[in-house]
Design a protein around this ligand. Structure first.
Ligand code: GSF
Length: 203
């Protein structure tokens, strides 16, 4: 059986979990927080990050973008990465934007774990600026549409939903719903999907 090494808080791992669930791909979920002593994550991924996907023959795939591409290729059920080149690039761009928001947010979260005297307010502000600008662009890209890339639900929407969920989980003080009402409606729409409800971040 294929295996996913993840945490229940990683937005990148959630993207993979939602993606696999939407495609009815079965796998074993192994929780292994990469920050903890004794983690085995570096044995699977030299970068020491989750998610990692372990194939039946023991080969490993990372990062989340490579994993979702693989998952879309092994099952024709409900394609989530469009095959039309323009729609495909739009979906991947949306994913890159959402992942980039998460990268910046994760850096802020990590910085805030350090002793207060070692934290850099400038660094935190720089990363939070990326989160704000990223949200504004997501909202602009969504416009009045239901989904981010073309007419159909895609990888871009999954990545964006995971990014918004991560912000709610780690940064409840960021009131993105008020500043981005379209994203708020989008998030309500995506949270109706069982695959999203079943994968909400948990401490
Ligand atoms: C990012 C994975 C990542 O940042 C991907 O899979 O898309 N580009 C990669 N993972 C974090 C956990 S998280 O905050 O989602 C991670 O494993 N960090 C451990 C470390 O040592 O940086």
């Amino acid at each position: 059986m294929m295996k996913l090494i993840a945490t229940l808080t990683s937005p990148f791992a959630r993207k993979v979990r939602v993606f696999a669930a939407e495609k009815h791909i079965e796998y074993e979920l192994e929780i292994d927080p990469p920050w903890q002593d004794g983690t085995h994550v570096p044995d699977y991924n030299p970068l020491g990050k989750v998610p990692v996907w372990v194939l039946e023959d023991g080969k490993t795939l990372f990062d989340s973008r490579v994993i979702v591409e693989y998952l879309d290729s092994i099952s024709p059920v409900g394609r989530l990465i469009p095959s039309d080149p323009r729609a495909r690039i739009a979906a991947r761009r949306g994913e890159a934007l959402a992942d980039g928001i998460c990268d910046a947010a994760v850096l802020v979260f990590c910085e805030r774990q350090r002793p207060p005297a070692q934290q850099s307010p400038e660094w935190i502000a720089r990363q939070l600026g990326k989160v704000e600008a990223g949200l504004a662009t997501l909202s602009a890209d969504l416009g009045m549409n239901d989904w981010l890339a073309g007419d159909a639900y895609s990888l871009a929407d999954i990545a964006a939903g995971c990014a918004l969920g991560y912000l709610d989980f780690r940064f409840p003080e960021i009131d993105w719903r008020r500043s981005q009402p379209h994203l708020s409606e989008f998030y309500d729409r995506i949270m109706q999907r069982p695959t999203f409800r079943d994968t909400a971040p948990a401490a």
